[in-house]
Ligand binder design. Sequence first.
Ligand code: HEM
Length: 503
Amino acid sequence: MAWFLVQWFSLSVLLFLTLFYLYMLIVFQYWKNRGVVYEVPTFPLGNIGFMMRKSFWDYFYELWQRHPRDYVGIFMGWKPVFIVQSPELAKQILVKDHEYFQNRYLYSGYSDPLGSLNIFTVKNPIWSSMRHELSPMFTSLRLKTITELMNINAQQLVAKIKRDYIDGNKIVDLKDLFTMYTSDTVAYSVFGIRASALNGQKSPLWTITSHMVKFTLWRGLEFTMIFVMPAVAAFLRLKLFSAEANEYIKEIFWNVVNERKTTGKTTDKDLVNHLLKLKENLKLPVDTDTELADNLMIAQAAVFILGSVETSSTTLSYCLHELAYHPEAQEKLYSDIDNALNESGKNVLEYDDLINLKYLSACIYETLRKYPPVTYLDRVCNKTYKLNDEVTIEKGIPVLVNVVGIHHNEKLYPQPEVWNPERNESPTSDNDNIQYTFLPFGDGPRFCIGKRYGLMQIRTALAQIVHKYKLEPTFPHKVAVDPYAMILSPEDGLSVKFVSRAN
Ligand code: HEM
C-alpha cells in the first residue's frame, strides 16, 4: 500500500511538472506571437534566473546594451513583461496615458498590512485620495523648516567625520554614515524625535533603518519577489518590511502618540498629527476595523522612512565617490559654496542659498543620472492599450520603464560612463526631466512624493562636507552592485579619504 502511494505521488508530481513545463513553453511564445523583439527565456524563471547572483540594476543596464531599441519583451517567471526604453514612450506610459497605467505591478496584499497599505504600493482608488492627503506634508514651507534640522544634522555629520575618520583614523563606510544622517533627519520629520545616531546616542530610528538597509540573502529574496513575482509573494505571504522593522515602527508611533496624549503637547512640524488625521480624511467605510485604519497610518510612516533613507544615502555615497575621482569638480564646487557662504555672511547655507547653487545641483543630478537608485519604474496595464500600430498591451501586463537604460543611452548622454556635471543638458531646476531623459524620481501622477525633501537632505550634507574636507579616492572607480539589493547599493560599500581643508 505504502509503495503504491509513493508511486502515485511521484507520478502526480511528474505529471504536474510536465504540464507546467508545457504551459510555460506556450507562455514563452507570447512576445514572438505579437512580433515584439524579446529576450529568450529559460524554464522556470524566464529571464530572471540571475536573481540573487546579479543585481536588477546590472540586468537592466545590460538589457539596454543588448537591445538598444524603444521597447523589448522579457519574462519574469511566467509573466510577459513589456520594457520601455525611450523617453517618448516613457512620457506616454507615465504621463499622457496614465489612466491605463495607474498602479504598480508589485505585490500589495492584506497579509502584509504595512507593506501593502502604504502610498507606494496601494492601488487606486485609495491611492489618489491618499496622495491628495499626503501631498501637503511636502510643501516648501515645511521643507524650509526641515532644512534647518537637516543642517544641524549635517553639522553633526561633519563633526563625526573629524572625530572618527580623521582623528580616529577609522575607515569610513559611506553608506553606514549616511544612513545615520538620514535616519536622524527622518526621526524628526516623521516622529518629531530628536535623537542623534551620528552623536553615538541611542536612536530608535537608526535601529529600524539599519535593519531596513541590510539585505541578507533571505531579505533580498523576499524584497525582490514582492517586486518581480507578486503572485509568489502573495502565496508565500512575504513582507516588504522585516518583522523587526514592523514591530519597531508600530512601537515608536504609538509611544509618540501616547506621550502627546499624556502631556497634551502637540505639533504640526512632524508627520504624526497629519497621519492621525489621515484615517478620518480618507473617509474609510464605517465598518473598517480599527486595526486596518491604524495600519493605514503607520504604513505611511514606514514608507517615508524607507523612501528617504535608502535612496538618499546611496546617492550621497556615489556622489562623494565620484567627487573623489574628480578633483577639478570638487574645487569648483568648493569655491561656489565658499563664495555663497561669504556673500550670505552665514555659517551654513539655508534652503534658498542651497537651491541657488547650480553646480551643487549639477553634481547631484549627474550622480542620479549615472547611478539612478531606482532601476526601473513599475506600472501595470489596467485596461487594454494600443501603444502604436504594431503593439497592443493587454490588461494585466506589467510595463517597466528602464531608467538605467535611458540614463546610459549614448545618443542622449554621450560617453554615459563618464561622470560629468558639466553636461550641457543637465536640468535647469528640480522639476526638469529634460524631455523624459532624466527620470531618477519617476514622472506622472505617481512620481516621487519626497523628491524635494530627498534633494534637500543631499544638498545640506554635501555642501557642508565639501566645504570642510577634500575627498580622495580609496576604492577602485568601478564598483560592483549588491546582487541582493533591489535599490542600487554598492556590494562592498564605498569609502573615501577625508582631508581637512584649512578653513
Ligand atoms: C534621492 C532620493 C530619492 C529618489 C532617487 C527617489 C526615487 C523614487 C522613484 C523612482 C519613485 C517611483 C516614481 C514613479 O514610479 O514614477 C519614488 C516614489 C516614491 N518615493 Fe521616492 N525617492 C527619493 C526620496 C524619497 C523621500 C525622501 C521620500 C519620503 C520622504 C520618498 C518617498 C516616496 C514615495 C512615498 C513614493 C511613492 C509615490 C506614489 O506612488 O504616489 N522618496 N521615489
